[in-house]
Write a protein that binds this ligand. Structure first.
Ligand SMILES: [Mn+2]
Length: 450
């Protein structure tokens, strides 16, 4: 069965079925005729397009308080640089068209730079005869787009009248694209997409979450979905795919951002390959310490990792959120916010001095099971507070009278049920949180030593 191309119509029929086979990502395969295990003379792709979504060109990078001067421009430009790379990929890969699955630009939130930039990018494609098919997400329904007349003619939007486009091709069958004029639902509903029963390859553009099993009931070859900022290959056959946003905007959107190059060969096999476009990358880094780790060792370890990151990707800004986990005296010591802040300042100083492209955004530390002994012993409000908490922790039978602390009146009745401890675990967890809060509030903020 592998040499299907040499065996005439019967074998061709078998492989020429409308089922599109999906192969693993093969972005780094050599150029030219491809040889893959199980198949000989695999033809080059007969159709190639870019799938992207969630540009959010109205939205800046947010969620960080301190930005060093030398990185300000990079952060401001990042959303635009990333989107420019999406269009550059379409040109470089000779894409036949670009499919956009929603949340591209919100006209109610945007500034003039965003709109002009987007039009400019569309025009770059128009010059090369590359079409754009743009289906709406939550933020960019065509009804809001009174500026649509400014879009060049290669841009096709799905509207009330146009829910289907036929992409015509030279010497090859057309490709059908289906979409909705509004993404009124947060779930992609297969009933909204019903292609006629014919031989055309069909791409459906949808927005929101999906139920893969339900989508399989419709004769669609590639589900080009949007509304999710993290890239996800939901299913390989038929393909259901979210390319994610080209540029994450907050520390929560960590990891690479990009778009997807989709290639279809003569057999109908589809491959999806990620194209990284992000100009800044949010990273979450875990660092585990144990009872022997000292502050100096941790500090050096973080600075080293920061420098290594900078050396490995010097052209991209890396924004790191550190999570320190483990147990031992160092974790206890780092429960002091002042200590944490001092450590973060040292990391930043190390990066700032070198105008490094790597920046430590935040430093968080896991909960400590206890605090340093000296804190319990000292004659201060904190010392007294910690001794009280420890006494309650040591003796679970001691009643904690929370109810008497409530203000009189109706409110107290409804609050009483909330402040009551439902179990010993609940009591223990509350005491741990109280100790943590006390340490944070009662520690002097300047010296770092409570
Ligand atoms: Mn979005």
């Amino acid at each position: 069965m592998n040499q299907h191309r040499s065996f005439g119509p019967l074998a061709l029929d078998y492989f020429g079925s409308h089922q599109w086979h999906v192969l693993p990502i093969r972005r780094d395969a050599p150029a030219g005729p491809l040889l893959r295990v199980g198949k000989l003379h695999m033809p080059s792709p007969i159709l190639r397009f870019i799938h992207a979504s969630d540009f959010h060109l109205e939205r800046q990078v947010y969620g960080i308080a301190d930005i060093p001067r030398h990185l300000r421009d990079a952060l401001l430009d990042a959303p635009f640089v990333a989107v420019e790379r999406v269009f550059a990929a379409a040109l470089a890969e000779n894409a036949e068209f670009v499919v956009l699955s929603g949340d591209i630009l919100d006209v109610e939130e945007m500034g003039p730079r965003s709109l002009l930039f987007l039009i400019e990018q569309f025009e770059r494609l128009a010059d090369q005869g590359i079409a754009v098919y743009w289906a709406p997400g939550r933020t960019d329904p065509p009804a809001r787009w009174e500026l649509a007349t400014m879009l060049p003619e290669n841009v096709h939007r799905f509207t009330g009248k146009s829910r289907q486009f036929l992409h015509r091709r030279e010497n090859a069958p057309s490709v059908r694209l289906l979409g909705l004029p509004e993404s009124g639902h947060s779930v992609v509903r297969p009933a909204d997409f019903q292609p006629p029963d014919d031989d055309l390859r069909t791409i459906a553009l949808g927005y929101g979450t999906c139920d893969p099993a339900a989508l399989c009931s419709v004769q669609v070859d590639y589900w080009a979905l949007g509304g999710q900022h993290k890239r996800q290959c939901v299913q390989r056959s038929p393909a259901i795919h979210y390319p994610g946003t080209p540029q994450g905007r907050t520390p929560r959107e960590s990891g690479p951002g990009g778009c997807t190059l989709v290639e279809v060969n003569g057999d109908g096999d589809i491959s999806t390959s990620p194209v990284a476009t992000d100009a800044i990358r949010w990273q979450t880094e875990e660092v585990a310490v144990d009872s022997t780790t000292s502050m100096t060792v941790l500090e050096q370890l973080l600075i080293d990792r920061q420098q290594r990151q900078d050396a490995s990707a010097p052209s991209r800004v890396s924004l790191i959120s550190w999570h320190i986990t483990g147990s031992g005296p160092l974790i206890e010591l780092l429960q002091s916010e002042a200590k944490l802040a001092a450590l973060l300042a040292k990391l930043r100083h190390a990066a700032d001095g070198k105008c490094s492209a790597t920046w430590s955004v935040s430093l968080e530390v896991g909960e400590a099971t206890s605090f340093p002994d000296t804190w319990y012993e000292e004659e201060s409000m904190l010392g007294e507070f910690l001794r009280n908490v420890r006494e309650l922790q040591a003796d679970p039978s001691q009643v904690i009278d929370t109810e008497s602390q409530l203000p009189p009146g109706e409110l107290a009745d409804s609050l009483a049920a909330i402040v009551e401890f439902s179990s010993p675990e609940d009591r223990a967890a509350t005491l741990r949180r109280a100790a943590d809060l006390g340490v944070r509030m009662l520690s002097p903020s300047d010296s770092g030593e409570p």
